[in-house]
Ligand binder design. Structure first.
Ligand code: DON
Length: 308
């Protein structure tokens, strides 16, 4: 299989559609991104890297960071995290508040905003916000095995100034006694993790442990156990695209996590880690062209968790 030829072909056939979809503008700084950007990176478990388009340009990873804070929180607190968040798809928008009241402040899953804020609260345990942000950044550098991964401070500040709904979610959690730290402290960390700037190549490298039973094949480091890697993949499959998770599983057939910056990380267990980036979003807030690119990649490679 000539992966590079497949990527080039996907890139070329989708290129005329660059700019489709709606760029997220509720975080003002994200609206400044060129809507025509489009990149794909595939890193296989044997370390081969294939790139197409704008795969080396950093973008705001936003909610894709939730996969990595979930991994950190599991490392710190183990299965006890499931007392604070559920493991069910929400069927609601990523920033919805409606279920939180009648479900007593236990967010449906760790990937909707309410759940991710609860997870970040757990990552913050025993740290100052600055230390927790440092821990997340170091974790990403360790996973990608690259030192030049940074937080885009303009994006973090932009969300800090406008993230009223996240403040509402955090305060709501706190009112149920389900947030250990003040909303401002937890969101300080959350906005910075979301503002991590990474390229498709870096993101695919960082996600590779999930494709390789918990071991990063680039460094030989075991990041999580085999079982935990499977379970994180299960969460990505069922909840990673919010109310679009079923559609993504149907079309792509791989665990994936999207972000409103237009990125998607997808995992082909035993095969590869894939990152795509195109800022225009579909109605569920997931990258429109990115989802199409992954659908084409899965069809062309035969990669699917549902059978060969
Ligand atoms: O909290 C927010 O709204 C953003 N920082 C992240 C949301 C996001 O990426 C949703 N994913 N598609």
């Amino acid at each position: 299989m000539d992966l590079q030829a497949i990527l080039d072909d996907i890139h070329d056939s989708l290129s005329p559609r660059r700019g489709e979809g709606r760029v997220a503008d509720y975080i003002p700084q994200l609206a400044h991104v060129d809507p025509k950007k489009f990149g794909i990176a595939v890193v296989t478990v044997d370390g081969a890297v294939h790139l197409a388009g704008d795969a080396q340009e950093p973008f705001s990873i936003q909610s894709i960071s939730k996969v990595f804070t979930l991994t950190l929180a599991l490392g710190k607190h183990g299965e006890a995290i499931w007392k604070r968040v559920g493991r069910e798809p929400s069927g609601s928008a990523f920033n919805s508040i409606v279920q939180l009241e009648y479900e007593g402040g236990i967010p449906r899953n760790p990937f909707i905003n309410a759940g991710a804020i609860a997870i970040t609260d757990l990552v913050l345990a025993g740290h100052t916000p600055k230390e927790a942000i440092g821990e997340v950044v170091r974790f990403m550098r360790y996973l990608a095995d690259e030192d030049d991964i940074i937080v885009d401070q303009d994006v973090a500040r932009s969300e800090q100034a406008t993230g009223f709904r996240n403040f509402a979610l955090a305060n709501f959690l706190r009112s149920f006694g389900k947030l250990d730290h003040a909303a401002e402290l937890v969101l300080g960390v959350y906005f910075h993790q979301c503002a991590l700037a990474m390229s498709c190549r870096q993101l695919a490298r960082a996600g590779l442990f999930l494709a390789n039973s918990g071991v990063n094949p680039l460094t030989g480091h075991r990041v999580v156990s085999h079982l935990r890697a499977r379970r994180i993949n299960a969460m990505m499959l069922t909840c990673g695209h919010y109310d679009g998770s079923g559609d993504f599983a149907y079309r792509v057939g791989l665990p994936g996590k999207s972000g409103v910056g237009g990125g998607i990380l997808a995992v082909a267990p035993g095969k590869a880690s894939v990152a795509v980036w195109s800022p225009g979003l579909n109605d569920n807030g997931n990258s429109l062209l990115g989802s199409l690119a992954l659908e084409m990649l899965a069809a062309r490679t035969g990669w699917s968790i549902f059978g060969a």
